[in-house]
Design a protein around this ligand. Structure first.
Ligand SMILES: [Zn+2]
Length: 163
């Protein structure tokens, strides 16, 4: 009788373990295969609204840039801004989103928006100059908590996108 009970306990533990593993697998599967969650979309959209309000406050106008979430990034870049043929776009790296969403919301979106504004105002003519003093002032004005420039990361693109 005791043995039977023990067997049942072991079986239950194994069953629970399988369920947990399957759930983890499913979560990462859905995250990789599907669009980002509504919660993330809302966080990004709320942040964009804040940034645009700050832009209005500091510069007297708003300038909305498409924000594209993609898993096609190579490497650990959080985001990048591209400028091509007069079109400015912000890309966010879906691959690092789950572990770095706070940072992306607190700092990366405003960081990229500051690049977008530099492009818009035609202040940025060379990538070498991407993290200028002017850019940093803009980054802070747009509400980023951290406007440290990314080191050794090529996140301003003035050519064809690598993906
Ligand atoms: Zn940058």
């Amino acid at each position: 009788m005791f043995k039977k009970k023990l067997e049942l306990i072991f079986l239950s533990i194994i069953f629970v373990a399988i369920v947990v593993l399957a759930k983890n697998y499913y979560d990462s599967y859905t995250f990789n295969k599907n669009d980002i969650s509504d919660e993330y979309k809302q966080l990004i959209s709320d942040k964009e609204t804040q940034i645009l309000a700050l832009m209005q406050k500091h510069y007297g106008y708003t300038f909305k840039v498409p924000i594209i979430v993609t898993n096609k990034f190579q490497g650990k870049l959080f985001g990048l801004t591209s400028y091509r043929d007069g079109n400015i776009k912000i890309y966010l790296n879906k691959k690092v989103m789950r572990e770095s969403m706070h940072y992306i919301i607190d700092s990366v979106i405003a960081h990229e928006y500051a690049h977008a504004l530099m492009f818009k105002k035609a202040y940025l003519r060379s990538i070498k100059n991407a993290h200028s003093k002017q850019w940093m002032d803009t980054c802070l004005n747009l509400g980023a908590l951290n406007c440290e420039k990314y080191v050794n990361q090529n996140e301003v693109i003035m050519a064809k996108m690598p993906f």
